[in-house]
Design a protein around this ligand. Structure first.
Ligand SMILES: [Zn+2]
Length: 251
């Protein structure tokens, strides 16, 4: 099984400081993909969200080019805020305030090099709250416009219509995405309907092993990578529509 770091010309990871100087100053957006290292049930690796961030941000940056929106992509931040998954081995979490600080300091660095706009492409729900606080802070303190994009917000209606309410963590959707981009990382023989242990109406925090037996939601055996490939294309365009519309709104 091979997962390669695939740097293209829009990747900061491929640039010298001279290349980066021009790229960051001239780009419409700097893009920071956000993942996590946390359990994803019995059939998927702990890096699912990081792999999604890596692949979905590539789709976004390449589609942006067709609209003459230029983007420079930063290396994916692999670790996130995953404290609720810590009872499963292999989960590695930053604390929420650490995570928020990491994002703020990345934003501060980009501001120092002349970035005008920063888009987070987030693929882990747990990152949402600290990401949003960091976005506010970066914009207020460093004058960079920040766009905290939570990827599945742009695909939720289609995923729910196809897979039902429990399409999320390690379920039908994420299994499909990994099958689309990295099929050899899926343990086919371990795919099974996930067993829900509890559901809360108003309570917010629960460790994930109190909510599910295997570690996921839904039914990974319903995965459909071809359907999800179309969802990825649609969500990519929806995100670009939103970014373009926000840029136009202040011009
Ligand atoms: Zn995930």
């Amino acid at each position: 099984m091979t997962v390669s770091l695939d740097y293209d010309e829009y990747d900061l990871g491929s640039m010298t400081w001279e290349d980066a100087e021009t790229a960051i100053e001239e780009a419409d957006f700097a893009v920071l993909p956000l993942g996590s290292v946390e359990q994803h049930s019995l059939h998927l690796p702990v890096t699912v969200d990081t792999l999604r961030a890596e692949n979905l941000s590539r789709e976004l940056v390449e589609a942006a080019d067709d609209r003459d929106l230029s983007m420079v992509r930063l290396p994916t931040l692999p670790y996130g805020y995953s404290e609720h998954h810590m009872n499963y081995p292999g989960t590695v979490t930053l604390m929420a305030d650490t995570y928020q600080s990491v994002l703020e300091e990345i934003g501060e660095s980009l501001a120092a090099h002349g970035a005008d706009r920063l888009a987070f492409v987030n693929c882990h729900g747990g990152n949402r709250s600290p990401m949003k606080l960091a976005a506010d802070r970066i914009q207020r303190d460093h004058g960079v416009e920040v766009y905290p994009i939570h990827w599945t917000d742009y695909a939720r209606d289609q995923l729910e219509a196809e897979f039902g309410d429990e399409w999320g963590h390690a379920g039908d959707h994420e299994t499909s995405v990994v099958e689309l981009f990295h099929p050899d990382l899926v343990r086919e023989e371990k795919k099974e309907p996930q067993t829900r242990k509890a559901e809360f109406e108003a309570r917010q925090f629960a460790y994930f092993d109190d909510l599910t037996e295997q570690g996921g939601w839904g039914d990974p055996t319903n995965s459909d990578p071809e359907f999800v490939e179309r969802v990825v294309a649609d969500a990519t365009e929806r995100i670009l529509d939103a970014l373009e519309s926000d840029v136009d709104a202040v011009e």
